[in-house]
Design a binder for this molecule. Structure first.
Ligand code: ADP
Length: 438
């Protein structure tokens, strides 16, 4: 495609957040062009900068560095040609469906005689005919999201941005809304020129998009792109569809790296501190048990996500944890249990705890925490202190997530105990002798 029909161009876009002395690269050197007629999906794990990019594209935020061009003009302020649908749409509870949709037009100064028929028409097109005077509380989640779509489309945006618009819906409503949107889009029933959707659901992007831009985190960046040329409506069960899903999984899951890269470094040491994937031991154990029942202890990552009925974001966190702990290796979209992983899956509760404790002691973040606790006077520290220390590496929310995972894993391994009332973390006495070997 020529550049003439490029709607949006991002050139060397960086987003850096600073808090105190910490500098956090949320988006690194992103180059992206969205052409007229395209449905582009930004796919990646949570924290890879997808929402940040959407905010930059819609002009809600200016990037720290780089250019944002809309029809070759630098974007200044809010992008008047774009509108955005969020995960859960903030409808005004005291306004009817019609009034909620009209609101966007009112804000743009569209007179009543134009905005009412246009809003009614859109409500009809998204399949909410008959619900014009209903209030949000009378609608199901799926229907409320349809109002969200109608509101975003009412201003006839050239670029419709969708921020995980189906992820808060139940499976059936999500699927029917996806189908309805695809019907509107592919038959040209909406004046939208291009759609840009953020998602962490692999199947959804293969189902809907013409092009998938695969991102990764730490730092948030584009890894690669994949064009999907299958005609619509796409058949999820078809071989071509499943091959594409598999291909995207392997792009996202990556390959098992050498141990030094895989583990990263401890806070305060040179190098990158790798965050722990947010998974609970219960989920991880269930996941490994399942793998142990597969032929040759191996599975296609995306088939597993279907079989276990968990979304692709979560399955990727589980594979990451299994890999980090040395319970599995990943190559070409397949995950294979290591002999250690197999032993863990088949072990008794006590033996599991021991294996787990040995494995997590290798992780720089756990090592760092144990050292900090063992060198404190009472072999304990208030969680607030640990949180502050973690914030030298991670931003606040991530630091909280990391602490939660550290506590969950550390307690399971019986390396740590936690006093809820006092919010104090202790080193378990039994873990004392082995600490000398740290
Ligand atoms: P995604 O949408 O892919 O989950 P986000 O764009 O929300 O990712 O965030 C990317 C990274 O930047 C995350 O680690 C997030 O916590 C961080 N982040 C987002 N907004 C801010 C902010 N205002 N200040 C500091 N960090 C932020």
């Amino acid at each position: 495609m020529g550049t003439s029909n490029a709607l949006l161009k991002l050139r060397h876009v960086h987003q850096i957040y600073t808090s105190g002395s910490r500098r956090f690269v949320a988006v690194q050197d992103v180059n992206l062009t969205v052409y007229e007629g395209e449905f582009v999906a930004l796919l990646g794990p949570s924290g890879c900068g997808k929402s940040t990019l959407l905010r930059i594209i819609t002009g809600l935020q200016k990037p720290s560095e780089g250019k944002v061009l809309y029809r070759d003009q630098p974007l200044q302020g809010v992008n008047p040609y774009a509108s955005i649908v969020f995960q859960t749409f903030a409808l005004f509870p005291w306004l009817t469906v019609l009034e909620n949709v009209e609101l966007a037009l009112k804000a743009r100064g569209v007179p009543a005689n134009i905005r009412t028929p246009r809003a009614l028409d859109l409500i009809d097109r998204v399949g909410l005919d008959g619900f014009e005077s209903a209030y949000p509380r009378e609608l199901s989640g799926g229907m409320r999201q349809k109002v969200g779509f109608a509101r975003a489309m009412a201003v006839e945006p050239e670029l419709l941005c969708l921020d995980e618009p189906f992820s808060a819906l139940d499976v059936l409503s999500a699927e029917s809304l996806r189908n309805e949107l695809m019907e509107l889009w592919t038959t040209g029933k909406i004046p939208t020129k291009a759609i840009l959707m953020v998602s962490h659901n692999i199947e959804e992007t293969v189902f809907m998009a013409d092009r998938i831009v695969v991102m990764d985190k730490e730092p948030g960046r584009i890894l690669s792109e994949l064009s999907i040329t299958l005609p619509h409506p796409r058949q999820r069960k078809s071989e071509e569809f499943q091959m594409l899903v598999d291909q995207v999984y392997s792009m996202l899951a990556g390959q098992t790296q050498p141990e030094s890269v895989e583990l990263g470094s401890a806070p305060g040491e040179p190098g990158v501190t790798r965050s722990l994937p947010k998974v609970t031991i219960t989920d991880l154990a269930g996941f490994l048990e399942n793998l142990a029942e597969m032929p040759q202890n191996r599975a296609d990552i995306y088939r597993l996500s279907e079989e276990l009925n968990v979304d692709s974001g979560h399955i990727l966190s589980l594979t990451e944890a299994a890999e980090l702990l040395g319970f599995a290796t990943i190559a070409k979209g397949d995950i294979t249990l290591t002999p250690l992983g197999e032993t863990f899956a088949e072990a008794s509760i006590l033996a599991r705890k021991e294996i787990f404790a040995t494995r997590i002691r290798r992780l720089p973040l756990v090592r760092w925490l144990l050292t900090m606790l063992s060198s404190s006077e009472k072999r304990s520290l208030p969680v607030g202190v640990i949180l502050t220390a973690l914030q030298l590496e991670f931003h606040r929310e991530e630091a909280e997530r990391q602490l939660e995972t550290l506590i969950n894993w550390g307690r399971y391994a019986e390396l740590l105990s936690y006093n809820d009332d006092q919010e104090v973390l202790y080193l378990e006495t039994l873990s004392q002798p082995t600490l000398h070997s740290l």
